[in-house]
Design a protein around this ligand. Structure first.
Ligand code: TEU
Length: 590
């Protein structure tokens, strides 16, 4: 059985053709911030219908919707209370059907966010589970008594010392039944117990329901957390204490012992026989390249590709996302190259800089003021010329920047608000230090409304937006971008077209050039067509790089982000500030 990702979805590897998603580009819509149609200040599905032409002009092949299911919105929809209905905030199932049809008519596939590590605490399943210790659904979630010898509710009486990703303990005491339930995220996001076959069957049934409704795949939220390390007696172990009171739960919750068993069962129960047309991407925080091979080797019938986190944790200081440090480009290159090589012969990479959980890349890795256009287009060029499926997060194609929110009251994200509350409660940071920490690391940086034009709320809403609109929308917006042929938007459009047209971009081998260069990210792509040389200057100063793989005297400039070609002398190219180039070897001068 072929391991080659070109024949991914091994159960249909009849003619060795590349899986369709090896040449595709995915656009992520975070609906609440995309386009509002009814003036309530929150984006919705009918708003998406108004902006479909934007997606068509960009040339994307797939749209991934962050959750639009019924939800109390404690974690902006990643806390689902009804998997088979659309939250009225975003519209109705009929609106979603209309969006699916409209996108399909334009050749764009639709991927839904699948959040099944946990539900909302307002999901009927959890309401029944918490109703009594004898509930038939008690075992659908993780319930445990207080730590032995301690009274329920006493500090430290939680069943394990695990910390939630959103600060505080990962266990919440339910007074009515006197037991704790597990929540790796917010207390309103109780973890489902995947050890229970009834839970798995209910999830698979829901997934089939969505596929039958016409969706083309799933982005699987923290899918590598669904299998926990649990003793034969149901015991769960403490983690290594990392910050005084709480322990690191990763050894017990990340890539657990039955994870691949569950994913292969899901494949059999849900995807068998309709695999070819689907896109299955796993969000796998904490996964290594070796894990990535296990997830995405087509012969294992698990997932098509995964989002790694290694490259977006490089600039994390000891305080994590709220303690960002300058990027070490050499480490970034080494990490990305490790994933390129690691998944080359068995697996596939999802390529991203941004999403609804990450700050805006032009602010984080580029220069969002003097060289916004150059650095945004350089970042796009470097990412989109890698081997894998690129993901464009809404607004990234416009060069949208961090929100630069100045007051704590401007923030909405539960993770940021919980971090601020804990930091203040323990006197760890002053308000000024908090605004600084959130200003660079908060997820809200990428959740401000998409900037469509220079009008009051950037054309996003006629009402009061649920979160502030970035003041720079007067100059950074889709209208301005679309009108300027040299804009970030048109650069993305050209990159997406290049992936569609050039087999070397889609499937060529990857090889780093000058891996030790501290400011230039350069590599070649080679294979069934002329070799490409790609270089990006990650700095505001001119940088020299020795061209490799092509003869620069004859090579074609396929894409660049300056008006003309950079100078080359004796094979050495001088890249201008934040310059990116893609050179293609000439036919008779490889
Ligand atoms: O995120 C999971 C994840 O990787 C978390 O680390 C997340 O990035 C968060 O910032 C913690 O630092 C997924 C979703 O993308 C995220 O929006 C949800 O909040 C989370 O799962 C829970 O569903």
């Amino acid at each position: 059985m072929s391991h080659d990702p070109k024949t991914a979805s091994a159960d249909i590897a009849a003619d060795d053709t590349p899986a369709w998603w090896t040449g595709a580009v995915v656009y992520q819509i975070y609906p609440r911030s995309f386009q509002d149609s009814d003036g309530d200040g929150v984006g919705d599905l009918r708003g998406v219908l108004r902006r479909i032409d934007h997606l068509v002009e960009l040339g994307v092949d797939v749209v991934w919707f962050s959750p639009i299911y019924r939800s109390p919105q404690d974690d902006n929809g990643y806390d689902i209370s009804d998997y088979r209905d659309v939250d009225p905030l975003f519209g109705t199932l009929a609106d979603l059907d209309e969006v699916i049809v409209a996108l399909h008519e334009r050749g764009i596939r639709v991927v839904m966010d699948l959040v099944v590590n946990h539900t909302s605490d307002e999901h009927p399943w959890f309401a029944e589970s918490r109703s009594s210790r004898d509930s038939p659904r008690r075992d659908w979630y993780w319930w445990r008594p207080a730590r032995e010898g301690m009274a329920a509710g006493a500090p430290g009486a939680e069943p394990t010392n695990w910390a939630s990703a959103f600060s505080g303990p990962a266990w919440e005491l339910d007074e009515a039944t006197g037991e704790y339930y597990l929540h790796l995220f917010s207390r309103k996001q109780p973890d489902l117990n995947w050890e229970n076959p009834d839970v798995r069957a209910a999830v698979y049934d829901m997934m089939r329901w969505w596929l039958d409704r016409g969706v083309d795949g799933f982005r699987m939220d923290v899918i590598n957390l669904i299998s926990k390390v649990v003793g034969a007696d149901g015991s769960l172990a403490d983690g290594v204490v990392v910050d005084g009171r709480f322990g690191d739960s990763r050894l017990q919750t990340v890539n657990g012992p039955r994870l691949h068993e569950f994913l292969q069962e899901m494949h059999r129960e849900v995807f068998e026989g309709r695999r070819e047309a689907l896109l299955l991407v796993g969000e796998t925080p904490g996964a290594t390249v070796e894990d990535g091979r296990l997830f995405t080797d087509p012969s294992r019938r698990e997932l098509d590709m995964v989002f790694t986190f290694e490259h977006v944790h490089i600039d994390h200081g000891p305080g994590g996302r709220f303690d960002l440090r300058p990027l070490d480009l050499r480490e970034l290159k080494a990490t990305m190259a490790r994933w390129q090589h690691g998944l080359f012969d068995a697996g596939w990479n999802a390529l991203y800089w941004e999403n609804h959980d990450q700050p805006r890349s032009v602010s984080r890795f580029g220069d969002d003021s003097a060289y916004r256009r150059e650095s945004a287009t350089m970042l796009a060029t470097v990412l989109h010329l890698h081997r894998g499926t690129p993901y464009v997060y809404q607004g990234e194609e416009l060069g949208m920047t961090n929100a630069h929110l100045r007051e704590l009251s401007d923030y909405r994200d539960i993770e940021s608000l919980r971090f601020a509350a804990e930091a203040r409660a323990h006197g760890r940071l002053t308000d000024e230090q908090l605004v600084e920490a959130l200003g660079s690391g908060s997820r809200d940086n990428s959740r401000t409304p998409v900037q469509w034009d220079a009008t009051a709320s950037a054309g996003f809403t006629t009402g009061t937006p649920w979160i502030g609109v970035n003041p720079n929308h007067v100059t950074v917006n889709a209208e301005v971008e679309r009108a300027d042929p040299a804009s970030v938007f048109h650069h993305y459009r050209r990159l997406i077209a290049l992936r569609h047209d050039d087999p070397v971009v889609r499937l060529g081998d990857f090889a780093l050039v000058a891996p030790d260069h501290p400011r230039v990210y350069a590599f070649t792509r080679s294979g069934e067509g002329p070799t490409l040389f790609v270089a990006g200057n990650f700095s505001g100063d001119p940088q020299n790089i020795e061209v490799d793989g092509v003869d620069p005297a004859y090579a074609e400039l396929v894409i660049g982000n300056y008006d003309d070609r950079p100078p080359v002398a004796s094979g050495v190219m001088t890249l201008r500030p934040w310059e990116a180039v893609v050179l293609r070897a000439a036919p008779h001068h490889p």
